[in-house]
Write a protein that binds this ligand. Structure first.
Ligand code: KG4
Ligand code: ZN
Length: 352
């Protein structure tokens, strides 16, 4: 079987053709980084318009590279939750239209679950059951992943997401968007112990939650001090930027590793799968590898290009297709953040 997968949840327009043996026949990603750079973050309206321009060429290219015609497909899958409303809509409407025109089944993809499935794609073998850590621009969450179609929310950030903190701190330091790679580059020359930044909720062993807004504020105060709102004008030397970036990265990685280990303890699951753009971070990968090795847990992290948004991870759609979970053409985009088990439940309602 071959399916087309479509991903437009945020600011990447992506499409892929994958087989039920999880072979990737093509993968196309059109990034919008350059469009959002001057705003130091994703502007939803700009993202939606760029998706409209790019979606058909990206799908065409994915089909061409895979040497597959629309008629050859067994289904079309699209990420319909969570994400930016306008961005999601473009992918959902494109998928529904193609399904209606070609008479193909439609499959819904949960973008966060797909980020964990990227680990399954990269591993080449089953990775479930596992603890799933999703660290992206909008989400930082821990899940009990009993099976690819059975995710239970264990905890997550109560304010900013890890990627969001990277992006906002990068903007404060005058670094480019997206902030993650820029901070990680600047941190290479810095001292991670130059500043001691807070690890929000890290010492609370009762909660599998994260908090990064205090960390963000601490960086802001380290730059300009409280009561000096014009911190953007603070003149920082290259060495100061490097030290701030390294100390910030150290704090965020520390929090993520601590709570991941706590989730492994709490669930007694044998493996940790990590997905989302921040999982491309080198320090995080190294620290998680060391921590999991010491603990005797298996660690799965996809290569960086499968951590950031892509359509290959949409192969999770095969798991639903096998369970005969296809959608009517009324399928809608469900934007909004997932910040509690209640939110997660609302997205997976009706799944057995
Ligand atoms: O998963 P993703 O591509 O999109 C969302 O679903 O949000 O994640 C994007 C986020 C951005 O905040 C970006 O700064 C961050 O991932 N990111 C990184 C790295 N590469 C991307 N953060 C830290 N280190 C990186 N190397
Ligand atoms: Zn993502």
């Amino acid at each position: 079987m071959r399916i087309l997968t479509i991903e437009t949840t945020c600011d990447e327009t992506a499409a892929a053709v994958v087989t039920d043996e999880l072979r990737v026949l093509s993968s196309v990603v059109a990034s919008q980084d350059q469009l959002h750079q001057r705003f130091a973050g994703v502007v939803p309206e700009i993202a939606a318009r760029a998706h409209v321009e790019r979606i058909l060429p990206v799908i065409d290219e994915a089909l061409r590279l895979a040497d597959v015609k629309l008629a050859d497909l067994d289904a079309i899958a699209v990420a319909n939750t969570p994400g930016l409303a306008g961005s999601l809509l473009v992918g959902v409407v494109a998928a529904k239209t193609l399904c209606a025109a070609a008479g193909k089944p439609l499959v819904a993809i949960n973008h966060l679950h797909a980020h964990i499935y990227a680990c399954r794609m990269a591993a080449g073998h089953d990775v479930f059951p596992c603890v799933g850590l999703i660290v992206s621009g909008g989400h930082t969450s821990l899940y009990r992943c009993s099976a690819p179609t059975d995710f239970e929310y264990l905890g997550g950030t109560i304010d900013d997401a890890a990627g969001e903190a990277f992006d906002k701190v990068a903007a404060m330091l005058g670094l480019t968007y997206p902030g993650g790679p820029a901070i990680s580059r600047a941190a290479e020359r810095g001292n991670p112990r130059a500043f001691h930044f807070p690890r929000g909720l890290a010492t609370d062993r009762q909660r599998l939650d994260f908090s990064f807004s205090g960390l963000k504020t601490a960086v802001r105060y380290a730059i300009a001090g409280p009561g000096k709102p014009d911190f953007a004008k603070a003149r920082l030397s290259g060495a100061q930027i490097a030290d701030l970036a390294a100390s910030f990265q150290e704090a965020i990685v520390d929090s993520l590793v601590t709570k991941s280990l706590l989730a492994l303890d709490a669930t007694q699951l044998p493996a940790l799968c990590v997905g989302g753009g921040v999982a491309a971070n080198r320090l995080l990968r190294e620290r998680l590898a060391a921590a999991c090795q010491q603990r005797g847990a298996q660690l799965y992290i996809a290569p960086p290009e499968l951590c950031t948004d892509n359509a290959v991870m949409g192969a999770i759609a095969f798991e639903r297709l096998r369970a005969r979970k296809t959608e009517a053409l009324e399928l809608d985009a469900l934007p909004g953040l997932i910040r509690s088990p209640k939110d997660e439940g609302a997205r997976t309602k009706g799944e057995g």
